[in-house]
Every structure is written in structure tokens, then in C-alpha cells.
Design a binder for this molecule. Structure first.
Ligand SMILES: [Zn+2]
Ligand SMILES: [Zn+2]
Length: 308
């Protein structure tokens, strides 16, 4: 029941010797979701032993080069490897035109199908849903249309207490309804309350990805109480003016959002290449939100199961 984020790249605009460009992978129960795909993503997937064949869904926040240049190589590699599974890309509609021109020139035909899911970055809506997970857009404030993504496990069922099925002779066909919270009425017509049969369910875990963006309080109700928040902090707090001009955030901005949204843990990243050492940036954020960490290429952040 894994819920684990791997940071593949944490630099903004240009790569450095220690930091690749933005890309994250979220593993939800061994399904892998790629979020943004900066240059160098293929190599980072290899280094982190994430199999290419596991990537079926790619979410793109916006069409700035530092978030998509890795897609070109990845699409070609999938082709060289004779991929045949569909690849789903969730992005601004313009990406389809850009990729089509690239594919026509360099690949002619692909061994697999790309299915585009156009996102509307202006609204908060569900864009992906399966049995275990939903993904919602988070409208962000950047120079071009941009959205973040909120990944949330679908609510877990209640857990059965030990041996209750045998002890109360519960038919298999109604176990699911009991896990959903129903009481059980046995053959003699006696009601056995649900609390005698089940434990509270595990909390559904969540990850919010917010880059690139200026400070925007509008996102707070959407990301409230998430377990894990990635919020860009391209610049230190003394660069407030420049952050505003370029529609990016400072450490203070990121930490204030984390604090106001009452998230559990904040990861800051998308660092400007001017910062060789980002520990002062983490310190700045911690003045406002203590549970802050820097995004580091190759590092993982797991959210463990806990009960409600
Ligand atoms: Zn960027
Ligand atoms: Zn950008």
C-alpha cells in the first residue's frame, strides 16, 4: 500500500551539476504517475530504478521548457523500446500540437498511442480517477496558464476485526457493506453494531504539487490538510520583488501557504540555480512552517498508513 514521492529534479530554468529540471514520480500502490518532465527525466528514472513501462500517465503543469523538454526524449525512447500500451498525457491543449510536430519529424509513427487529456488550468476539477486514486487540478498564478495537481487516495474501507466473519457467521456477499459502515443483522434478527465488527479505516493519503506559481491564497481550500505539499520556492525571501515580477514564490510564500493550509509536511524546490546551498532557504521556510524539507534529486518521501 505504497504512497511515495520520488523527486527526480529540483532546479528551475537551468540544470546544475547537482540538480536536474523539474520532474516528480508518485507511486500509489505500485502505479507510477509522472508529474512534469524536465530535461534529464529519462536518466533520473533510470537512476532511481523506475521502469519506463510503469509510466502510463504524465501530468504537465504548464508549457515552460524546464517542465517539458524531457518529454521529447522519453517519447522517442518509448518508441525505440516498442512500447504498445497507451500513454496518457494531461496538459494544456497546445502540447498536442507541439508534440505532433516533433513526432512527425523525428519518429514519423509511434508504436503506441498517446491519449491527450486537455486540462483547464483555471478551474479545480477531477481529471483522473481510478479505483484507488483521484487527481484534481489546482489553478496556479504564473506567467502562462499553469495548474498544480492534487493526488488523493479514494477513501479506504473500514477494516474487519479479527475472526468476526466466523464468529458472527457473516455471509461473504455483505462483507463489503459492513466495511462501508453498515451494522449486521444475524439470522436471529439481532443487530450487531458496526463498531463491534470493524476498526476505523485508514486515512486516505494525499499529495499536492504546486509549481510554478506566485503566492496565491486561492489554492488553500483545495490543498487544506494534505499530507505532503510540494510548493515551489524559487527564491529566498529577500527576492520578493523579483519573485512577484516573474510569478514565482519565495520561501516565505511557500511556508505561509503550508501553514495556512495546515498541511503535514512541506517540500520546497524549483530552486534558482543561483543557490549552491539551499539550507538557508529551508531555514527561512522553517521560521514559518517547521516541518519543511528541501527537494533533493533522488530523495523519496513516503506517507505511511494511519487510522482516522
Ligand atoms: Zn519552472
Ligand atoms: Zn514556469
Amino acid at each position: 500500500m505504497t504512497f511515495e514521492l520520488t523527486i527526480l529534479g529540483s532546479s528551475s530554468a537551468i540544470p546544475t551539476s547537482k540538480r536536474n529540471l523539474t520532474a516528480h514520480v508518485l507511486n500509489v500502490h505500485e502505479r507510477f504517475f509522472l508529474i512534469d518532465c524536465g530535461e534529464g527525466t529519462q536518466l533520473q528514472l533510470r537512476k532511481n530504478k523506475i521502469r519506463f513501462g510503469k509510466i502510463d500517465h504524465i501530468f504537465i503543469s504548464h508549457l515552460h521548457g524546464d517542465h517539458i523538454f524531457g518529454l521529447f526524449g522519453l517519447i522517442s525512447t518509448f518508441n525505440l523500446l516498442n512500447r504498445n500500451k497507451d500513454l496518457h498525457i494531461y496538459a494544456h491543449p497546445e502540447l498536442e500540437n507541439i508534440l505532433n510536430r516533433y513526432i512527425e519529424y523525428f519518429e514519423r509513427a509511434l508504436s503506441y498511442k498517446i491519449i491527450y487529456h486537455y486540462v483547464n488550468p483555471k478551474i479545480n476539477e477531477i481529471i483522473y480517477k481510478d479505483r484507488k486514486l483521484t487527481v484534481e487540478t489546482i489553478p496556479l498564478k504564473h506567467r502562462i496558464p499553469t495548474c498544480g495537481f492534487l493526488f488523493r487516495e479514494t477513501p479506504h474501507l473500514r477494516n474487519l476485526r479479527k475472526n468476526v466473519v466466523e464468529v458472527f457467521n457473516i455471509p461473504i456477499s455483505i462483507i463489503r457493506s459492513i466495511q462501508k459502515g453498515k451494522d449486521f443483522i444475524n439470522e436471529d434478527g439481532e443487530t450487531i453494531s458496526n463498531s463491534k465488527l470493524t476498526f476505523p479505516p485508514y486515512k486516505s493519503r494525499s499529495y499536492a504539487y504546486c509549481t510554478d506559481t506566485a503566492y496565491s491564497e486561492k489554492i488553500i481550500p483545495i490543498i487544506e490538510n494534505v499530507d505532503l505539499l510540494f510548493h515551489e520556492a524559487t527564491l529566498a525571501k529577500n527576492m520578493k520583488k523579483q519573485a512577484k515580477q516573474t510569478f514565482h514564490s519565495t520561501t516565505t510564500d511557500a511556508a505561509t501557504i503550508a501553514q495556512k493550509a495546515k498541511v503535514n509536511k512541506l517540500i520546497i524546490g524549483h530552486f534558482s540555480a543561483r543557490y549552491k546551498d539551499v539550507s538557508p532557504l529551508v531555514d527561512e521556510a522553517r521560521e514559518i512552517f517547521q516541518n519543511t524539507f528541501s527537494a533533493e534529486d533522488g530523495e523519496k518521501h513516503s506517507v505511511e498508513l494511519s487510522r482516522e
